[in-house]
Write a protein that binds this ligand. Sequence first.
Ligand SMILES: [Cu+2]
Length: 368
Amino acid sequence: MHRTIRRLAALPLLLGLGVAAPLRAQRLTLRDDPANDRLVVTLSPIDLPANAPNGGMTKPPAQTVVIPRDGWLQGFSLEMVDANGRPVPRAVVHHLNLIMPDRRELFSPIMLRIGAMGTETAPVKLPRLLGLKVHKGERLLVTTMLHNPTGKSYHGVEMRISLPFVDAGTWLPPFSVLPFYMDVMPPAGIHEFDLPPGKSQKSWEAKPSVPARVLGVGGHLHRYATLLRFEDVTAREVLWEARPQLDANGEVVGMPRGKFWWKGGIKLEPDHVYRLTAFYDNPTGQTIPGGGMGTLGGIVIPAGGAAWPGVDLHDPELQRDIQVTYGPMQMGHGGHGGEHHMEMMDMAAPATSGGADHKDAPAPAHHH
Ligand SMILES: [Cu+2]
């Protein structure tokens, strides 16, 4: 009799423990906010202890939400508050990626990157008349990596991604555009590379899967970068190149954007080869492990009514992309072991998606 009572008394405690654990897990949810023409995607709660040792990274599990109605996405912005409603500094976001897992990229079969943010990325808002057409039921995947370099601890942090959204029933439908992403490293996998001393360059090339017109581009580079070049190898033509603004320490503080909509865009042909090259000049005399990166992001319109191809789940490159995206680690940084979604990071290479003008093109995809 006594034994039974004791067991029953212990039961709520056990249940309590059983419930407590899942409540601490970070959950991604979507709230439709038609009154404000937006979708709000929330990830919480996240604990970010102060002065994480050696720049320890937290990677909440990659999760998806479902688009609730047909319409157009027109950008994104991010805000963060902790459990006490205090604003949390943007410096804690190493990067954030928005991905459509059921669609593919233009230059490779990996999942479609629709937006990315680093520490310094300003909100992205497309002009009212441009948008990414999405359908009810489509999935949106969010991956992020966070750290806390500040002296303050933040608990129960809520990450709120606001996505301006135009309903399909609008009286003035936006013109449908699509994002594209290209990297100097192969698309699926780690995008940082070891930066040799002195002058060096890294490039990757590919053909687009359909003809398209590029309306605008932006770039992402790391410390000591000198130039990002996008060229049509077949036509032997440089389509866009930009020099990053560097500060006295060689850190990238800004990156010009290319706008081509005014001339009807830059034509991409599926039988042409395109190359992206990042140029660096590393004055340290030493190889910087994982110090280099070069990314191009932009928006296109498919030309001549070409249908964007779907995902091919049998494609090994897509499989590798899925594995890397959902896996515990997304970063190179010298191959430190990652456990419990934590990783030792080389803080000499912070995410700098900085740019003076973020209004006309989505930020380049930024996958560490
Ligand atoms: Cu980077």
